[in-house]
Design a binder for this molecule. Structure first.
Ligand code: DAH
Length: 339
């Protein structure tokens, strides 16, 4: 029996030195170390060995098994290592995996730029609630009870307290809140989200963003309003941006105007965004109506002011050359990744 053990050890050792591939190692394992392999067969034979010889032979068999297992394991490791080296799986020339970095939404970037431009010339920043009461969204802004802006077509009413609360249709209500809480002079911009029950198209969406502006002090003039708007356009677009002031009407300003900028999207030729006019309306503005001052207990004989409200989406469309407002709300990463 001891001879057999010795023979098997020699045979196995010789076989180990010839192992080259993973297939070789598997064959070796099957032949020598598996449950039916030669080593296991010798263990079977141990049963028939006379009792007094069992300890010595058993010990020798155990040693053989331990020896072969450890030799086999290192042979296996060596072959796996060689394989890795010659298939070149560590290729230092492969570019690293790029880490995905989030970025700010184009509307956020546009709003931040607007805030930067106005804070540079002394405007503060204020905000107000998106669920607004009728008083701040309409009444104190001098909207007559039958004004079309109050119509069911445009306004989302909040059901809970029928007629009393709305999703604000503009940021102008924040003007009222600011004046209620501050004595003149006030000079603030008020960015925020607004809602309108409009047909969704490339030009309009059921929610969008505005930045409201308000400056009230002694002797504020229309010329200052125009100067401020011109400064803004120059900073936001560039010196070449052309502006057009058109007379208009808003219940809370008198006189009122709308400001158009030449449409960069089509270069003035006409497109669906500028409704084929070459001009795109970016804001409404005017001198604060004395009736509004009465609601907030400012004395119209003491102070005057200008106000404006601009659409952030419109400004972003022009700035980035985008021709569909809906893209801002779809959150398609192929779109967002470009900013
Ligand atoms: N609130 C108006 C709108 O949503 C925009 C506007 C016009 C704001 C004139 C103003 C303003 O502050 O003076 O269409």
């Amino acid at each position: 029996m001891l001879d057999e053990i010795q023979k098997l050890k020699e045979e196995a050792t010789a076989s180990l030195t010839g192992l080259r591939t993973q297939e070789d190692t598997e064959n070796f394992r099957l032949q020598f170390l598996s449950r039916k392999g030669s080593v296991a067969q010798l263990f079977e034979k141990l049963r028939d060995v006379p009792k007094e010889d069992k300890p010595a032979i058993g010990k020798s068999l155990n040693e053989l098994r331990t020896f072969l297992e450890s030799e086999f394991e290192s042979a296996q490791k060596k072959i796996a290592g060689e394989k890795r080296a010659d298939t070149g799986s560590i290729d230092l020339s492969i570019p690293g995996r790029k880490r995905y970095i989030g970025r700010r939404h184009p509307l956020t970037k546009t709003a931040e730029e607007i805030k930067r431009i106005f804070t540079c010339i002394g405007f503060g920043i204020a905000d107000g609630p998106e669920i607004e009461d009728d008083y701040h969204n309409f009444e104190a802004l001098n909207f007559p009870p039958d004004h079309p802006a109050r119509d069911m077509q445009d306004t989302f009413f909040v059901k809970a307290d029928a007629g009393k609360y709305v999703l604000r249709t503009h940021t102008s209500g924040v003007q009222i809140r600011v004046m209620e809480n501050n004595k003149p002079p006030v000079r603030v911009i008020m960015p925020g989200r607004v809602y309108r029950n409009e047909a969704i198209s490339a030009r309009s969406y059921c929610l969008f963003h505005q930045v409201e502006g308000l400056y009230v002090d002694k002797n504020v003039s229309l010329a200052e309003l125009k100067g401020t708007v011109a400064y803004f356009a120059k900073e936001f677009f560039n010196a070449e941006a052309k502006l057009r002031f058109r007379p208009s009407f808003f219940p809370f300003t008198e006189p009122s105007a709308e400001v158009d900028v030449n449409c960069f999207l089509c270069g003035g030729k006409g497109c669906r965004i500028c409704k084929y006019s070459g001009w795109l309306e970016i804001m409404g503005c005017g001198m604060v109506d004395p009736n509004v001052f009465k609601y907030v207990r400012y004395d119209p004989n003491e102070v005057s002011g200008y106000a404006f409200g601009m659409g952030i989406e419109r400004l972003a469309l022009l700035r980035y050359g985008i021709d569909d407002i809906r893209l801002f709300f779809e959150n398609d990463l192929r779109f967002l990744n470009q900013f």
